[in-house]
Design a protein. Sequence first.
Length: 516
Amino acid sequence: MIGSLVRNRFAALPVSTQAALRFYCQPSTSQSTKSNVVEVCTTGYSFTKSSGRVGKYGIFWGHNDPRNSICEVPGITNVAAMLMAMIDAVRVARKDDSLEKMVIYTDFNCPPGFHSKLKTYAMRDFHSYLGPKMKNAELLKDLYESTKDMNVVFKHRPAVEDKKPNYVIANILEGENYASKSRPPDSPPIEIHCGYGDEMEASGETPTTSSEGWPHVYTTALYKSSKNGFKSASYAVVWPEKRHGNDTMHRLALVPVTQFRAQLSAIEEALKQAVENRLPQVVVVTDSQAFMTNWRKGWTKPSGTFAPNKFLYNRIRDLTQEGIEVRFRYETPQKDSPVWSLALDKCLEAIDLPVVGKDRSEYNRELKEILLTETDSLESSDVHRVRIFKRSPNFTSKIVWEGEDAEYSDKHNEEERKTHHALFAVLEKASASGMRQLIIRTDSPRLILSAENWLPVWHRTGWRNSLHKPIADADVWKKIWSLKKTVKVYWELMDPMDDNDKAAAQLNVVSISNKV
């Protein structure tokens, strides 16, 4: 128990000092009689034993108060224990609907006006002025969220001052009764940060097998905030074995700019490469503890609401479901590691690159910029030509290869009648036949715009639209994207339909009538 540890700690105190403890440690009041002002004293402590580091914290409301508690949490520091004690005390105090003001005495060395400071930290997304994430950021955030609508005053009271312990320490020494010896069952989940080298599967579970021999990709980010308030961030992806992927670096264009967003963007970029290169397995190494913690919790906070940047979480989650076995590994950058050094160098270089912003150039291209013209020269004169018709009252089949009968199947349904399904069928046949170039003539301007203007944007945004919602028929569009890498497509628009188009349409009708 924490009591025995503290007793050993203060066993060497002079007898006169121990005699003065009772006078020194009397609380002024645990609750004011003039107004509903609640006072509570908290402390936190951490130590190491054979099983590893253990933290404990105590909350003292007053002599013989049933709310007094001592809680043990494995693997945390003394500062984390102090913050947890305050969060737990606030949780208990909020049950009193008549609460007007709360005074928390803590041995956490908080600055003056700590409640206002928490708001400032929140505005910076709990990053320091120099950019890195603050230590115990998740606990500071929980403390802010739980007290932002309360009248709370934090007062620093050292665990020991002039060789005299504070309220909680003294009452533990004197054998004060504590009703709760463990964390209350209705307490919010405790944030236990992962350690160096910890891995988890895409499901959030701890792996039961080794990832030795898997391809590894390292991701990191850099954040910078200038004195005038300008913020910038960059991220990098580095593959130790270049046969698995390409090293990349980017300046973060998302607004608002945070290091966490840059870290998530790096993870997304790494997984995109792993999926496109068809790796069966990959270990994504990240230096973001917040990512590991939020991913394991399904991106939900203790209140049940979603953690920030859920749209990036959705895109990363989609990539983990692309038939590749993914594990995430936490590491802090190591100075003597060539891979980490390269990743950090790339971040330093990328953070000064121009901000590109959202690339909408594909959206703005007009049809005339995409269509094949008479001046275009093809690599071969025997390029195959195919027509794709959108649905019409006169014919149902969509595909007519030049010199062949119309494509028809008894399995036609509403899905197969969509023009992009026809495009996939065309590209699949062209790729299987070894075609390198193909002229597609269609009466659907939307099909051309989708395949040339919007498809690259969907690929870049994780197959989601501007509202971060999954696009319709994403699986088909992904296959089209992959096939277009092997088959160069030239487009022609039937505007208006010429005699050959009408003949193909008539062939379509005759072909279907003969097969029905």
